[in-house]
Design a protein around this ligand. Structure first.
Ligand code: NAP
Length: 274
């Protein structure tokens, strides 16, 4: 039994690895990475470090060899056409390598999204489902990092959290919790041919964010809408399903999820000074 992890040098992959090591001996874990030098620390912990580049299909086949479970972390490439080609190469390689179960990190409700990334994830999910390999789709929510893009530091400085008019809601998740869910699927029996929607248990809004900013920083912050305001974030939000929530994440993570307060507290902790 070998669990093979791609993207292990990335933010999500590192969290998966850390949590996986509590559940599985290092000798049963292999990482598939494009730059083995960057994965030296995993090698030092007795994990097998294999060369696997999404752009080099033959490297993927050899790096997926013997995988009882393969965690395919979606590519971060900025061009979704390139990403799709990379994902297709990975799925083909998984077939040729005889992978027993493929676990893929998708995005929440891609069928309702209108961005190129939604099509990318849907097409990858379809390719996986038709590959004939048992699979689990982890439809990850938008990362809680989105909080950083909402002008929270300026809000604390000037006392106002501002957005364009609209009913803005966010069903985000922390990578740490998404990693915990992935580890459950990688280490438990079952989960074959299941698709999980991994979101917060409830969506949060900007009035709540302003309140949390006040509580965490001790500075008064109020929320107000500003018709003159515009930003790429607020232009993009209507193109994704930011309202839908599901109990799948808390169930798979098996622990309380990180809250909005946890995220804001970390953002304003002294080690994260701007
Ligand atoms: P990340 O920190 O950028 O990590 C991406 C990982 O992919 C790294 O390990 C990177 O390796 C690896 N990688 C890049 N190009 C590769 C290639 N050609 N072949 C093999 N591996 C390659 O991303 P993350 O924060 O962990 O997030 C994981 C994924 O979630 C992202 O890749 C992206 O698809 C998706 N994502 C989701 C959200 C969301 O809100 N749900 C937001 C952003 C991204 P190196 O260390 O060698 O670069």
């Amino acid at each position: 039994m070998t669990i093979v992890i791609t993207g292990a040098t990335g933010n999500l992959g590192r969290l998966v690895m850390q949590q996986l090591l509590y559940r599985v001996p290092a000798s049963k874990i292999a990482v598939s990475v494009r730059n083995p030098g960057a994965a030296k620390s995993w090698g030092e912990q007795q994990m097998e470090v294999r060369y696997g580049d999404y752009d080099v299909p033959e490297s993927l086949e050899s790096s997926f060899r013997g995988a009882s479970k393969l965690l395919l972390i979606s590519s971060p490439h900025a061009d979704d056409d390139v990403r799709l080609r990379q994902h297709m190469a990975a799925v083909d390689a998984a077939k040729r390598a005889g992978v027993s179960h493929i676990v893929y990190t998708s995005i929440v409700r891609p069928e309702l999204g209108k961005l190129p990334l939604h099509r990318l994830h849907l097409e990858t999910e379809r390719a996986i489902a038709s590959a004939g390999i048992p699979y689990t789709i982890l439809r990850n929510a938008y990362y809680s990092d989105i909080v950083k893009l909402l002008g929270v530091r300026e809000a604390v400085d000037c006392g106002e959290l501002r957005s364009p008019p609209g009913q803005w809601t966010f069903n985000t998740a922390a990578r740490e919790d998404l990693a915990a869910a992935a580890v459950t699927v990688l280490t438990e029996k079952g989960h074959e041919n299941r698709t999980y929607e991994l979101t917060a248990e409830r969506a949060w809004g900007l009035s709540e964010l302003a309140k949390v900013l006040s509580e965490v920083t001790g500075r008064r912050v109020v929320y107000r809408t500003d018709p003159a305001m515009t930003s790429i974030v607020y232009r993009t939000l209507p193109l994704a399903d930011m309202k839908f929530v599901s109990p799948d994440l808390v169930w798979l993570a098996g622990k309380p999820l990180r809250s909005l307060t946890d995220e804001v507290r970390e953002l304003f902790s002294p080690i994260n000074k701007r």
